[in-house]
Design a protein around this ligand. Structure first.
Ligand SMILES: *Cc1c(COP(=O)(O)O)cnc(C)c1O
Length: 349
């Protein structure tokens, strides 16, 4: 079952503890003030001060020449992939990375780009030998290998810099450029204890989401070389992502970068606490990494558990069987976490 199934229509407005995803976060008072007081302009004319500032701030923090604000992470990845690759070229990507599995094959549909999946290791990394083995020779029967696409975090797993570097090097040795889908980039740097530039520096381009753990309502940023970002800007317009007074969103993103990065460690700590409780209940398989907990009830009582928790104001996603993903975020504080813990204990108690 997909981690996204069952997300729709769960009535999250009433929930006191919504663990389905870190995308459910709402702007807090400080973020709303930043939105309300934002000076705005038309970003398609390059005149929105908030968007320009957000792009400059992230380009600098990530050590890239340029950056581009886009409505979603999917469009950010897609505009980047389209900027790198021509028809008949291919992207080597993890078989359950988001770009391969959950972006509706957009690069193939819209760009005539082949996506070549390679297995993802249990630690979330790609094996350098698998990458080397997937690269095509120069042969008219074959697609032209052009880009390696990495992901960090993957299912919450923060992939260590050494593994990232080894994968990137395997790509570079074969003449590929390297893209990083860093939707939860700052969860990765928080968990790895590395600098933003250290992680971003392993790839030519990086896509980050402002709308997940960072708590902004919408928006993603693609950062990379100037010529790539210029091409991606044209693709963004073509894809319908040229927004006008987008500064209302960019202002929230700037606020999030300033106020909500350092606090991600809290989400990781609460995830560890929740995983600890589930472990001690001994009623299924538990794993945890950064802000995510995966719990597979051993008796397959997913639906019963979901109904029980919902009655306690706790919302979880997932299907009728398999692993339930629970995601910690800034709108789940200690009280909300306690509600989830009590709900789990009363279900199994
Ligand atoms: C969420 C996510 C995306 C896409 O972001 P949207 O804003 O939902 O389009 C891309 N990659 C990964 C790894 C993600 O988790």
């Amino acid at each position: 079952m997909s981690q996204y199934s069952g997300l729709a229509g769960a009535g999250s407005n009433a929930a006191q503890c919504d663990l389905r995803s870190d995308t459910v976060t709402r702007p807090d008072a400080g973020m709303m003030r930043a939105i309300q007081t934002a000076e705005l302009g038309d970003d398609v004319y390059g005149e929105d001060p908030q968007v320009n500032r957000l792009e400059a701030v992230l380009a600098e923090r990530l050590g890239k020449e340029a950056a581009l604000f886009l409505p979603t992470g999917t469009m950010s990845n897609l505009a980047g992939l389209l900027a790198y690759c021509q028809r008949g070229e291919e992207i080597i990507v993890g078989a359950d990375y988001h770009i391969y599995a959950y972006e509706a094959a957009g690069a193939s549909v819209l760009g005539g780009i082949a996506l070549c999946p390679v297995p993802v290791r249990r630690d979330g990394a790609l094996d350098p030998a698998a990458i080397a083995g997937a690269v095509k020779e120069d042969d008219s029967h074959l697609a032209v290998s052009r880009l390696l696409s990495l992901e960090n975090t993957h299912n919450g797993l923060a992939v260590p810099l050494t593994d990232m570097a080894a994968a990137a090097q395997a790509g570079r040795d074969a003449g590929l450029s390297v893209h990083l889908d860093g939707a939860r980039f700052f969860n990765a740097t928080t968990a790895l204890g590395c600098s933003e530039m250290d992680l971003a520096g392993l790839a030519d381009s990086v896509s980050i989401c402002l709308s997940k753990g960072l708590g902004a309502s919408a928006g993603s940023v693609l950062a990379g070389p100037g010529d790539l970002i210029a091409k991606a800007r044209r693709w963004r317009k073509m894809l319908g992502g040229g927004m006008r007074q987008a500064g209302v969103l960019a202002a929230a993103g700037l606020y999030a970068l300033e106020h909500n990065v350092a606090r991600l460690a809290e989400d990781h700590a609460r995830a560890a606490e929740l995983a600890g409780v589930l472990h001690s209940l001994g009623t299924g398989e538990v794993s945890q990494a950064t802000n995510m907990v995966f719990f597979t009830p051993e008796d397959g009582c997913n639906d019963e558990l979901r109904r029980h928790l919902a009655a306690e104001g706790v919302v979880i996603g997932g299907g009728s069987s398999g692993a339930i993903r629970m995601v910690l975020h800034k709108d789940v504080g200690d009280d909300a976490l306690d509600r989830a813990v009590q709900g789990l204990k009363s279900f199994y108690g």
